[in-house]
Design a protein around this ligand. Structure first.
Ligand code: SF4
Length: 184
């Protein structure tokens, strides 16, 4: 797959289904944590600049927001280019997978210098206060980073042969669906 190739409709639809599954799985985790999670409209702590996504997720945004990308202006540098002046996401319905899980207690596996796997956990500092501390949460109470990224990578591999090419969100402004700038 070259980055100038069109993205098949079926692949776009697959990404939308994946996002729906993620939302369905995130909802009970959010509900279980109640007031601990202070995520709300207008909080932009997770909306960092420099985010990149797989081509498939970039294509979803370009599919649904062509006018914004062609005629809109990217937000100021230092935060995500898709934030508006009120701190709202301008592509919320098609926001990438990672945006759908931010704020949750996150867990993933890393290997130490000896090659031994170990669990790492993290949470937005604004959501860190609470009992129990995130280190003591059951694994099911956290979002496990990795499986959905692998699904995205795997689906994209059917198109790009496994190169895992990604696209910077900011670079989508001024781009077209068939000319996605690639991060290597
Ligand atoms: S795409 Fe939307 S939700 Fe995701 S980082 Fe940007 S502004 Fe925030």
């Amino acid at each position: 797959m070259r980055h100038t190739d069109p993205i098949p409709d079926e692949a776009i639809a697959w990404v939308e289904r994946l996002h729906t599954v993620v939302d369905d799985l995130v909802a009970p985790v959010v509900a279980a944590h109640g007031p601990r999670l202070r995520c709300r409209s207008g909080c932009t702590s997770c909306c960092a600049d420099g985010l990149s996504v797989f081509i498939l997720e970039a294509a979803l945004i370009t599919r649904h927001f062509p006018e914004l990308l062609a005629d809109g202006v990217a937000g100021v540098e230092g935060a995500c280019a898709f934030l508006d002046d009120d701190g709202a996401c301008r592509v919320y319905a098609s926001r990438p997978y990672v945006c759908r899980t931010q704020g949750l207690p996150l867990r993933w596996l890393e290997h130490d210098a000896a090659g031994e796997p170990g669990e790492v956990r993290s949470i937005c500092p604004l959501n860190d206060e609470g009992d129990p501390p995130i280190e003591e949460l059951a694994a099911e109470a956290c979002w496990t980073v990795g499986p959905f990224e692998e699904r995205l990578r795997g689906r994209q591999a059917l198109l790009d042969g496994g190169t895992g090419e990604r696209v910077a969100l900011r670079s989508l402004f001024g781009s077209s669906r068939t000319h996605l700038p690639i991060v290597r």
